[in-house]
Design a protein around this ligand. Sequence first.
Ligand code: APR
Length: 180
Amino acid sequence: MKVQFGFSRIELAHGDITQQHVDAIVNAANADLAGGGGVDGAIHRAAGPSVMEETRARYPLGCPPGDAVVTSAGLLPARYLFHAVGPIWRGGQQREAELLRSCVRRCLELAAKHDCQSLALPAISTGAYRFPIDLAAENLLDEIRKFVDGAPRSLIVRVVLFDAGSYGAFARVLESFVDR
Ligand code: APR
């Protein structure tokens, strides 16, 4: 599914984010940038050890929730990796939505700063961090739409969903944007 907003486009794809040929791939990292399972594990396995070495050297203090940092992408078919730290879901009253939006916005700002024309991101926080998928879709897609709509240059933002249920949740929200 693809929807145009201004000069830019939001796309939804079903699959594995490590296979995406884009300028920047977003990782769903933890605050220690220590690696882990899920998409983080898949990305580091596919990228090779140089990315973790670079991450440790450049960001020894990690990265707080709501923020993102950049490294090279190692063996991945991308120029950059953005390591975004989403919130752990704790019931919804701990600024979870705000922190999810903020780490997505930071990735979009990094994409602009590094002259990226395309960016792929996963459904940050919806796995091990347990953010409800419908609410994540609403916040993540709305933050992307706000950023690209009216932006002076074009960016393809592809949200890569690993399973059919997540794809469906994101597709419902993106469809609803077309009629708003
Ligand atoms: N491509 C795309 N999406 C994927 C992939 C993949 N290869 N593997 C998993 N996913 C999806 C999951 O299905 C989920 O919807 O990414 C989403 C985010 O799940 P997690 O990877 O568990 O990320 P998150 O919920 O943000 O938790 C982060 O988990 O792996 C650790 O180090 C990481 O501690 C951090 C925490």
